[in-house]
Every structure is written in C-alpha cells, then in structure tokens.
Ligand binder design. Structure first.
Ligand SMILES: NC(=O)c1ccc[n+]([C@@H]2O[C@H](COP(=O)([O-])OP(=O)(O)OC[C@H]3O[C@@H](n4cnc5c(N)ncnc54)[C@H](O)[C@@H]3O)[C@@H](O)[C@H]2O)c1
Length: 443
C-alpha cells in the first residue's frame, strides 16, 4: 500500500461531506488522488457533482476544478465503499437531549464499512469523540466481518482540527496527530497524510486513545478558559471595570498568558459538545470532571447575561423588552462562517422573543433560518426569525441593535452612526469614533 500511496494510486472515500469531510476530500483530490465522497444526504452529493459549495470558505471553483478532472466524485450509495483502499470517517458526533454522547453515526458508518471492507484497507476516524471509541466501538464492528485489524485492515484515529473561517490555518499547515491501533496502521496513515501535510507536521502518538483525548483536551482547554473569562466579565461588570481593557493589558505579557474573550456563549459542533463526551466517559471510571461541568454551566449562562444587558440598556431608555424592536447582528456561531449549529446568538434571540421582543436578524452568511435554508438546521427552538437587509432605515427603526457575531463584513461605524442603542458582545465598537452615534453598551 505504501508504494501505491506514493504513486497516488489508492482510492479514497470520505464518509460525511460536512465542514470536516468536504475540505479533507478536496485536499486529497487537489493533490491528485481519486476521492469518492459518500454522504446519505443526497443534497450534498448532488451539490458536489454539480460543482456547488455549501460551505462558506469553500468556493464553487475549488470543487469544480477537481470534479471536472475526475478526481472528486460523490454519491449517497454506500456500495461505492467496496473499491476503497482508504476510508475516512467524518460523520457527526452530537449529544443527546441529556447531553450524552451520540455515537450512532460512527456506529452506522462502521457497519457500512464492514459490509464492503476490502482486504488491506486503511480506515481513519476523524470525528471528535471520547477516548476508547476507535478501539471499543469501531474496531469490534469492523472485525465482526472476520477480517483482523493489523493484518487484513488498518485502523487509526486522527482528530480533525479544521477551523472554518480561519484565514491562516488550513489542513495543509495544521499539525496532524495520528494514533494507530498498531504500528503498521499508524505508518500507513502517516504516509498518506504526508501527501497533503508536511512530514514534520505529522505527530504520531502511542495509540488512538491518546489521539482522542488530545482533541478533547484542546477543546476543553478552550471551553474552560472562555468560561473563566466569562465569569470575570460578570465580576468586572459589578466592579465597573472594563474586562476588554483588562484582557488587552494582560496580553502585553509576552509569556504565560493567552487571551480569551467574553462573548454571548459558545456554539458550533465542538466547544459546547465535546466536553460532555469526556464527562460522560469519566463517569465509567467513577470520576467527576468538575472543571468541565462548571465551565459548561457558566458558558450556557452567557446568552441570558446578554439578554439581561439588553434589558438594562433598554430600561435606561425608558423601554421594556416586551414590544421593543431589536436587531440581532449575526447568527452564525462564530465570525465569517455560515454555520449556526448550537449558536449562542439563536439562544439570545430565543430568549428575547420569549420575552415579547420583535426580533429580526441580519447575517450575510445565513440568509434564512429553518426551512428556508437548505443546509440549515435550527436547534435552538427558535420558531420564526425574519432575516433583514442592512440599511440605514433598518438601523434607525430599532430600539436596540445587538452585535452577536464579529463578521468582518459588518460596517461597524455605519451601524454605530445609525443606531440608537448598541449592545456589543464582541467589542467590535472599540475603536469606532463617529459623531452623533448611538449609545454603546458592552458586555
Ligand atoms: N465543524 C468543525 O469545525 C469541526 C472541527 C473539528 C472536528 N469536528 C468534528 O468532525 C465531525 C464532523 O463534523 P462536521 O462539522 O463536518 O459535521 P457535519 O454535520 O457538517 O457533516 C457530517 C456529515 O456526515 C454525514 N453522515 C451522517 N451519517 C453518515 C454515514 N453513516 N456515512 C456517511 N456520512 C454520514 C451527514 O449527512 C453530514 O453531511 C464531528 O465529530 C465534529 O465534532 C468538526
């Protein structure tokens, strides 16, 4: 297989053509591998075949370029797996209503692979999950077919670190951690990834559990530090200290400090979800992850804190939330992306609507919420939100404009100049100087 990898003669399948799978499939296709994207969502496989992107930082031309040359294909038919030498699993790992890991997509993908597993194939799980998943779930399912890992097929966990919207880091220049079930599995995966990532950026660890835990550590590190800064935001508010100025000042320390910023809460597929994967697994070992639980609680409170800020700011203007007109600026879970999964902005809107506010939103990356948008799922329970086009009239009509996402395309001076009241959850109004602008309240 090593020689075939070097000659780019291996057939690659990527299961799951979402925010993780599509960029990965594109990278291998661009470097000359034949890649088959496999996704039960026919809208996605069809879009790929038509050369259309549904992810904000991937252009149609990126897809067309490799589809037209025959390097990238897509299907919803799992029998395509039968010819594959390498299969990446990039399926969702959400949590249940009770915040317990839902690994059903990994189980389903593993069963599909088992049905078509070719002798000698390399399987790589990239979905984020709790330590033990590769060896306790994927491995036994694959071996049920009679083939033996390390001899008849090879198995690796390698966490995806893609950061949608990040203009500096992509798959190619982000170090890749690899944990093989055995030495040969790891060696094959290293060889494969080194076709798209510089060899010195590939880090082999002792086993899949280390690689699985590495990914969780990275995301829990973020969750805990964001919670710390959010908690200090509550305190600074009470003490009348500007937390943003404090963070800027602390950031001048050239060692031992890394800035994290307050915001309306954490969103997306990773930070609000992954910590619970570890908490759940830890209980199997009679262990309670106190930091994780505490940080989740603080971060979950942030949307309510933002609503409280809006309530107080409107109150100062002699208005109540009920019946007030509020514009939510941005509903993506972070800047410059079209992903609103678990978005704290939706939770803020949800709370405002439940208190009787008339809320509209503006987000150039997300044109419609709910049924209006093909690839969008509302998970916050928000029933109906209207998307509005940005204009002077829109801003002047509002009692309050709440900046929930710091999309670079937002014209902040224009927004400040034409609004009566701005609640800024991202400190984007920091250096804005306009005459006659609205009152700014920061969280
Ligand atoms: N989005 C991110 O920024 C990010 C970053 C790092 C890691 N991750 C992790 O990567 C994994 C995938 O995340 P995502 O954001 O790409 O999810 P996504 O929802 O955007 O995409 C997953 C895709 O998998 C498809 N799918 C479901 N079951 C399948 C099956 N049995 N076979 C083939 N495809 C199937 C779905 O239809 C969907 O298109 C998750 O574990 C996530 O935590 C995500």
């Amino acid at each position: 297989m090593k020689a075939q990898i070097d000659k780019k003669q291996v057939q690659i399948a990527v299961m799951g053509l979402g925010y993780v799978g599509l960029p990965l499939a594109l990278e291998f296709a661009k470097s000359g591998f034949h890649v088959m994207g496999v996704d039960p969502d026919k809208r996605k496989s069809r879009a790929i075949i038509q050369g259309k992107s549904y992810i904000s930082d991937i252009e149609d031309s990126d897809i067309k370029q490799v589809v037209n040359k025959g390097f990238l294909k897509a299907t919803s038919d799992f029998s395509a797996l039968s010819d594959m030498d390498v299969i990446f699993i990039c399926v969702p790992t959400p949590f249940s209503k009770f915040k317990e890991p839902d690994v059903s997509f990994i189980i389903d993908a593993s069963r599909r692979i088992r049905e078509f597993l070719k002798k000698g194939a390399l399987i790589i799980l990239e979905s984020t999950t709790y330590p033990g998943t590769t060896e306790e779930i994927v491995l036994p399912i694959l071996e049920e077919g009679g083939l033996k890992c390390g001899k008849d097929f090879f198995l690796v966990f390698s966490p995806e670190r893609v950061d949608p919207g990040n203009k500096h880091f992509s798959i190619r220049n982000t170090p890749k951690v690899i944990g093989g079930v055995d030495k040969q599995s790891a060696a094959l995966a290293k060889r494969l990834y080194s076709q798209i990532i510089a060899q010195q950026l590939i880090i082999e660890v002792s086993n899949p559990r280390i690689a699985e835990m590495t990914k969780l550590l990275e995301n829990i590190f973020r969750s805990v530090n964001i919670a710390l800064i959010n908690e200090l935001t509550f305190l600074c508010d009470r003490m009348n200290i500007d937390i943003w100025e404090v963070i800027d000042a602390a950031s001048s320390k050239p060692f031992g400090f890394m800035p994290f910023y307050p915001g309306p809460g954490v969103g997306g597929h990773c930070i609000p979800v992954d910590p619970y994967y570890l908490s759940w697994k830890a209980r199997e070992y009679d262990f309670y992850t106190k930091f994780i639980e505490m940080s989740a609680e603080i971060n979950l409170n942030m949307p309510r804190y933002v609503v409280q800020k809006i309530f107080e700011a409107l109150n100062e203007d002699g208005k109540s939330i009920s019946g007030s007109k509020i514009l939510a600026l941005g509903i993506a879970f972070k800047k410059d992306i079209n992903d609103a999964r678990n978005s704290p902005a939706l939770k803020v809107i949800d709370e405002l609507v439940s208190r009787g506010a008339n809320v509209v939103y503006h987000d150039p990356f997300i044109k419609a919420v709910g049924n209006g948008s093909e690839y969008f799922r509302v998970e916050s329970g928000v029933g109906k939100i209207t998307s509005a086009r940005m204009s002077r009239k829109l801003l002047t009509e509002q009692d309050c404009v709440c900046i929930l996402v710091d999309h670079e395309c937002f014209n902040i001076p224009f927004i400040v100049k034409n609004s009566k009241l701005i609640v800024d959850t991202r400190n984007v109004t920091k250096n804005v100087k306009v005459s006659g602008g609205g009152r700014i309240v920061k969280i």
